[in-house]
Write a protein of this length. Structure first.
Length: 140
């Protein structure tokens, strides 16, 4: 996958280019796409070699914006450690070791990848308990 151009979803099998608008995203994903709020949609999918997860699509600006961020999450975090490890393993298999790693919160490391115009972050922070963040952001 050339992450500089966009993101490949395995199931459904769709390539999502960076910088598209909401109408283009709707055409690509159809009825499986859920509209959450202005400039934010989600889908249940598989990516990065079979990892099942929820995927959020963020547009900037929120109204009439362009796709610039993907958010990876789960509907349930019954096992925070297993979730963290699965996300980390799939991202390292797809994008290599993180560019920057440091000790984070709640006993988890914080990771950051810098790949040309792409920044990927993975960390856990305390927000009413541990909350995992896994995001890919594109800078045009």
């Amino acid at each position: 996958m050339n992450i500089d151009l966009g993101f490949q979803i395995d199931n459904p099998n769709v390539f999502i280019p960076w910088g598209i608008d909401e109408m283009e995203l709707k055409k690509l994903l159809g009825s499986s796409l859920r509209h959450v709020t202005t400039g934010y949609y989600t889908i249940t999918c598989e990516s990065l070699g079979g990892m099942k997860h929820e995927l959020g699509f963020h547009f900037e600006p929120r109204k009439n914006g362009k796709l610039n961020e993907l958010e990876f999450f789960r509907r349930s975090y019954d096992n925070q450690k297993a979730s963290y490890n699965e996300f980390q393993n799939h991202f390292e298999a797809s994008f290599g070791k993180s560019t920057y790693t440091k000790e984070g919160n709640e006993g988890y490391q914080s990771h950051k990848w810098n790949i040309n115009k792409i920044t990927i972050v993975h960390y856990v922070f305390d927000r009413f308990g541990p909350e995992e963040h896994m995001r890919i952001k594109w800078t045009s």
